[in-house]
Design a protein. Structure first.
Length: 243
């Protein structure tokens, strides 16, 4: 897609992902165009293509078109209004969106968390695990009260082994095994991410004792002592929340 020939109303060129993205208008609609500019980003968008071909969920923003050649890898998404809860750039993180989110009515926050959990039930059912999930993946529309998931480029089929020193991601969300060379990553790693999502989005001080217990089990250092599946973790969370 020739972005230069169109009207770009937003430019995202200060990410550390090796991608450059634009908000553009084309044919009367708004689009989000993400293009790889480095070899690592080319590989990452390749993962994104495979992921979105396998996983569909209303809360996961999926590309509507893909350009995939040896020289160009580009994903075209529908544009959605909203605020990224953690706008991370090479200059640091802007969590003003997360702070605003924390001041919402608790019921609204819980509904947003449930959307994230429900989406990851679909992720797990398709045989994928979350990688680099953090509040920078959460796009929240404060007007429509809608949570959407974006930039899930590093999600991978399970299980897989860490080839480098560690996986990409925010240390506030990452499981201990993600920092270990040759460690195996499986569904229990996603369980950890979702536990951290619950505590980060709702806030430690707002967790009920039952919710705290679910978070404690989901984020245990020993992977084998966590909930064995995303389904089990989500069931426990919903039970704790409804109670």
């Amino acid at each position: 897609m020739d972005v230069d020939a169109m009207s770009a109303f937003a430019v995202f060129d200060e990410q550390d992902s090796g991608c450059i993205s634009y908000g553009i208008e084309s044919g009367g609609r708004r689009l989000f165009v993400k293009t790889a500019t480095t070899a690592a980003a080319h590989q990452s968008l390749g993962r994104a293509i495979r992921f979105h071909r396998s996983v569909r969920h209303p809360s996961i923003v999926a590309p509507i078109d893909v350009v995939d050649t040896d020289d160009l890898r580009q994903l075209i998404y529908p544009w959605h209004d909203g605020v990224v809860l953690n706008h991370a750039t090479v200059h640091g993180s802007d969590r003003s969106g997360l702070d605003r989110f924390h001041h919402l009515d608790p019921a609204e926050i819980l509904a947003a968390i449930d959307a994230v959990l429900d989406a990851h039930q679909a992720v797990a059912a398709a045989g994928f695990v979350s990688v680099d999930l953090y509040d920078g993946c959460f796009l929240y529309d404060f007007d429509s009260k809608t949570m959407r998931l974006i930039d899930l480029d590093e999600y991978r089929p399970r299980p897989f082994t860490i080839e480098g020193a560690r996986l990409p991601g925010s240390t506030r969300y990452m499981a201990p095994e993600e920092f270990v060379h040759n460690a195996s990553i499986d569904e229990r790693t996603t369980v950890f991410h979702l536990g951290r999502t619950g505590s980060q989005l709702l806030g430690e001080s707002h967790l009920s004792p039952a919710q705290q217990q679910v978070i404690e089990v989901a984020t245990r250092t020993g992977r084998d002592s966590r909930y064995p599946t995303v389904e089990a973790m989500v069931t426990a969370w919903r039970s704790a929340t409804s109670g």
